[in-house]
Design a protein around this ligand. Sequence first.
Ligand SMILES: [Zn+2]
Length: 154
Amino acid sequence: MSKLRRRNNKPEMAVRRLLYARGLRYRVCFRVPGQRRRTIDIAFVGARFAIYIDGCFWHGCPEHAHLPKANAGWWTRKIAMNKARDAAVNEQLAGLGWTVLRVWEHENPHAVVSKVVAALEGTGKEGPASRGERDTRKAPSASGRVHVCPSMEA
Ligand SMILES: [Zn+2]
């Protein structure tokens, strides 16, 4: 059953905690500009840098997306639609001058954070030394509630 959950946010939380620990500040569930129903998992607004932690099942990870045998055709179409939507969001964001990084939930959070830091340094707009924005909210706690975006995932 757990593999059918719409969002498994543990990998996202792990990445967020590591980013926070590095002094990076970000927004979560940040709305894609001009889109009412689309959000960015982790957004560095100043740097226009978007991170998506894609669930292996829902986004069709080549290694882990084993479709249920029942209704295989329906699932295939469903996952294909999700992937098409991902691609559309990438395009929208790119058109707005955003850089998009998509990672799989199975990826090592430390490796993900290294990628993010390198990419942010590439943008030259954001980093621990020059924070583009303030975030006074509390750090995500290790035992904290799993955060779920209220929108999308339809
Ligand atoms: Zn995977």
